[in-house]
Design a protein around this ligand. Structure first.
Ligand code: IPE
Ligand code: IPE
Ligand code: MG
Length: 249
């Protein structure tokens, strides 16, 4: 079926299972993260051809800081290597990169690269790639509530005017549509603090295979499965079809 180019598709991926992938091969966990980072490049390249307009990748949670220091440092090194290695090609492929999450806990050298990559790709109009680093849905909501409370306390916002749009606007994802489809690899069936507000009506797929084994062919199959689903948004029949068309346009 020819694809309507105006259709928007926001896919989120909880990239889980790197450590177990490595441990099953007798390798250190960081080897799984290294392999996982290579998969990120393949998936980013493949996404537009599958009709994906927005891709949001969960790379590091607010809870992941509690892992052993060596693993955390290994991950920070990999993020740095990914940005340095892919900066030019992401721009050349018209990929607009954004980061969501708390930036101040990230090492300064990495934070500077994150800022630089966002700046360098700001004018890109192809795939919208969002990478969640030091991201937690509860933290994001807490920060948003703090902002809203400060505005209200300062008199800039009347509490009775605060609606869902004001909350959405205060989140890190203010420039992004809600995710349509969220995939989690590695067999766990949980959301682990990912896009708690935004995923209210997202479809989910929980796949058994670990992230380092996730290929573009697997993504294509998952997206095909998503396209066969019926999203209803709490509605029935034709109402639901109309709501789906609005959500995806
Ligand atoms: C996902 O893989 C990467 C991060 C959470 C940073 P894991 O490191 O969680 O791998 P498993 O789940 O322990 O196998
Ligand atoms: C979720 O994976 C976070 C990322 C993929 C970045 P975790 O491995 O941290 O989640 P839990 O601990 O299994 O819930
Ligand atoms: Mg995990």
């Amino acid at each position: 079926m020819p694809r309507d180019e105006s259709t928007r598709l926001h896919v989120g991926i909880i990239m889980d299972g790197n450590g177990r992938w490595a441990e099953a091969r007798g390798l250190p966990r960081v080897a799984g993260h290294t392999k996982g980072a290579r998969r990120v490049s393949e998936i980013v390249t493949a996404a537009p051809d599958l009709g994906i307009t927005h891709l949001t990748l969960y790379a590091f949670s607010t809870e992941n800081w509690q892992r052993p220091v060596a693993e955390v440092q290994g991950l920070m090194r990999l993020f740095r290597g990914y940005i340095l290695g892919k900066m030019d090609s992401l721009r050349a492929h018209d990929v607009r990169v954004r980061f969501i999450g708390m930036r101040h806990r990230v090492p300064a050298h990495l934070r500077q690269l994150m800022d630089l990559l966002e700046d360098k790709t700001r004018a890109c109009r192809g795939l919208n790639l969002t990478i969640a680093i030091d991201y937690g849905g509860r933290d994001e909501l807490t920060r948003a509530l703090r902002d809203i409370a400060a505005q209200a306390a300062g008199g800039a916002l009347a509490p009775e005017t605060i609606g869902e749009a004001a909350v959405a606007e205060a989140l890190d994802t203010r420039d992004l549509p809600d995710p349509d489809f969220i995939i989690r690899t590695s067999g766990e069936c949980r959301v682990s603090n990912f896009l708690l507000w935004q995923a209210t009506y997202a479809e989910y797929a929980f796949l058994k295979l670990p992230w380092p084994d996730f290929t573009p062919a697997v993504l294509a199959e998952a997206v095909e499965g998503y396209r066969g689903r019926h999203r209803r948004f709490g509605l029935i029949g034709a109402q639901a079809s109309a709501a789906r068309a609005v959500a995806e346009s």
